[in-house]
Design a protein around this ligand. Structure first.
Ligand SMILES: Cc1cc2nc3c(=O)[nH]c(=O)nc-3n(C[C@H](O)[C@H](O)[C@H](O)COP(=O)(O)OP(=O)(O)OC[C@H]3O[C@@H](n4cnc5c(N)ncnc54)[C@H](O)[C@@H]3O)c2cc1C
Length: 223
């Protein structure tokens, strides 16, 4: 079974973390000295140099009772779920910040770069794209700020956390894709911060629950 899962310290071929077990539920903590556990070298992902992914292999790994997360089979899933809302909101705030940074970098770039004798910023298309982007970021920021306030006063619902994660990550990728486009060919260069923001944003629609899973959560609340 292939599963992406949480693990610290996998880049050097070792792994300490949480095993996903039984229908993908997080249930046990394991250590890198556990018999039958092996990890590959890091997987090269689209976002090179930042994330820490590896394949982890389990062969008849035995987990002592005292390492069961949540104290009993199934308890680890409940424990993981208890922090998921906070993770989704914290991530949503990061996605908004990344979109804002991409916007600022793009405005800087199109002010400087010239084509056909004028600044890229002076094309009406550029102005309209930037106007749409600014509006979309402000919209997402207002919702995420509202969810952050509700997180602090303890009233945020799981549906709202899913809505914030879905909205912010989809907005982030869509915004950064248009920002990269406004950079032209240079935007595709790995050395440009916009390309790094873009490739990171692609992963943000997948981790901490993919956009599809957020929609499943939200739809469940609709009935
Ligand atoms: C860069 C990166 C960092 C990550 N970091 C972490 C981490 O720190 N900790 C951690 O635990 N995990 C982490 N993950 C794993 C991540 O949470 C999973 O990749 C994600 O939950 C999707 O699971 P999967 O890869 O098994 O895809 P699958 O479950 O195989 O899904 C494949 C596709 O099917 C869709 N799909 C699946 N189920 C449904 C459904 N019920 N309805 C509709 N569509 C569905 C998915 O949305 C996706 O599009 C990370 C992943 C990436 C890419």
């Amino acid at each position: 079974m292939h599963q992406w899962l949480y693990a610290d310290d996998v880049a050097d071929g070792g792994a300490d973390g949480y095993a996903e077990w039984q229908h993908g539920l997080v249930d046990s903590a394991y250590r890198q000295d556990s018999k039958g556990l092996a990890a590959s070298n890091g997987i090269e992902t689209l976002h090179r140099g930042c994330a820490n992914e590896a394949e982890v292999f389990f062969e008849d790994v035995r987990v002592p009772k005292e390492r069961l997360l949540g104290g009993r089979p199934g308890g680890g899933f409940k424990q993981a779920m208890s922090v998921l809302n906070d993770m989704r909101i914290a991530n949503a705030a990061r996605f908004v910040a990344a979109a804002e940074l991409g916007f600022d970098l793009t405005v800087e770039f199109v002010r400087e770069r010239k084509a056909f004798g004028q600044r890229i910023l002076d094309f009406q298309n550029t102005q309209f794209v930037l106007a749409s982007i600014k509006t979309e970021i402000s919209d997402a920021r207002a919702f995420v700020d509202q969810c952050l306030a509700r997180t602090l006063d303890g009233t945020l619902t799981p549906t709202e956390a899913s809505m914030a994660k879905l909205h912010a990550s989809e907005m982030e990728f869509s915004v950064l894709d248009r920002c990269l486009q406004l950079h032209g060919g240079m935007g595709y260069a790995h050395e440009m911060p916009i390309s790094q923001l873009w490739s990171r944003a692609r992963a943000d629609r997948i981790h901490t629950g993919s956009s599809e899973i957020q929609r499943v959560n939200i739809a469940r609340g609709i009935g």
